[in-house]
Design a protein around this ligand. Structure first.
Ligand SMILES: [Zn+2]
Length: 264
């Protein structure tokens, strides 16, 4: 159920049913005596101009109410919500100043704001939303320092790859640094054909070279002998070069985020 939140036209006092105010409707009284079941009959509109709901602010906290009062209040709120949802006017009377008026609900919205510091995010929020309509300002997260990595065949390529992964909205982005230079190595493999040799090389690089290494070059040292009907067939041997990429790191900060709940 949406909050039933409204303000008195007379004394400007704000009431939120279920939080800081109590309501008594004649519907609730009738329901108590089981005389009339107004709701759920299809003709739920009741013109209560002559018999407005009574609304009073709650002196103590909502949690201090006994369970039967809470149950009654929730039932009253459901009735009022349901009647208001029809769009027809419903009357209430402010217990404090006696003004009789129709309910004009205050809608609550929320919006997110960012800043390069938590204080900046809060300032942006309070500049954008009038202070008196702010109900709550919650910190989603503070500024965070982060880093992303990238790989490439060249130092520039690795840094570009890392920069491409920096999320939008980030700031204080570092130019990037190389955190790992490429490593190179060689493997010897044997196979019956050039085609097989390539297959074996890829597998062996994956198995023996460091993570992320790729096949750079293959050089045939001894050519394989084809033979005839498998007789005289001989494996050739290849020297395989592998290398790992440049690895770069770019650090940056992500903005502080606050969420403001406010009355529209
Ligand atoms: Zn009032």
């Amino acid at each position: 159920m949406e909050d039933i939140r409204f303000r008195c036209r007379g004394c400007r006092l704000k009431f939120t049913l279920g939080a800081d105010a109590l309501v008594v409707t004649s519907l609730g009284v009738m329901a108590d005596f089981q005389a009339v079941t107004v709701l759920g009959t299809g003709s739920s509109f009741v013109d209560n101009r002559a018999d407005p709901d009574l609304v009073a602010s709650l002196e103590r906290s909502w949690s201090s109410l006994d369970s039967s009062t809470v149950r009654d209040q929730l039932a009253e709120m459901r009735r009022i919500s349901s009647l208001l949802s029809t769009g027809r006017p419903r009357w209430w009377k402010c217990q404090k100043c006696g003004t009789e008026q129709t309910y004009k609900l205050i809608r609550v919205s929320s919006k997110q704001f960012e800043g390069k510091t938590l204080q900046e995010a809060k300032t942006v929020a309070t500049n954008a939303v009038p202070e008196k309509s702010i109900l709550a300002l919650d910190v989603v997260r503070d500024v965070e320092g982060k880093a992303v990595g990238g790989e490439g065949k060249s130092a520039t390529g690795a840094m570009e790859a890392a920069r491409a992964r920096v999320p939008s909205g980030a700031f204080d982005i570092s130019p990037g640094e190389i955190v790992e230079e490429p490593r190179h190595g060689t493997l010897e493999i044997q196979a019956y054909s050039q085609e097989k040799a390539r297959e074996v090389s890829k597998r062996e690089v994956k198995r023996n070279a460091p993570k992320g290494a790729s096949l750079e070059e293959m050089k045939c040292d001894v050519r394989p002998a084809k033979g005839f009907l498998r007789i005289g067939r001989k494996r050739g041997s290849w020297k395989v070069q592998w290398s790992t990429p440049f690895r770069a790191k770019v650090s940056f900060k992500t903005p502080a985020v606050v969420v403001v709940q406010f009355e529209e």
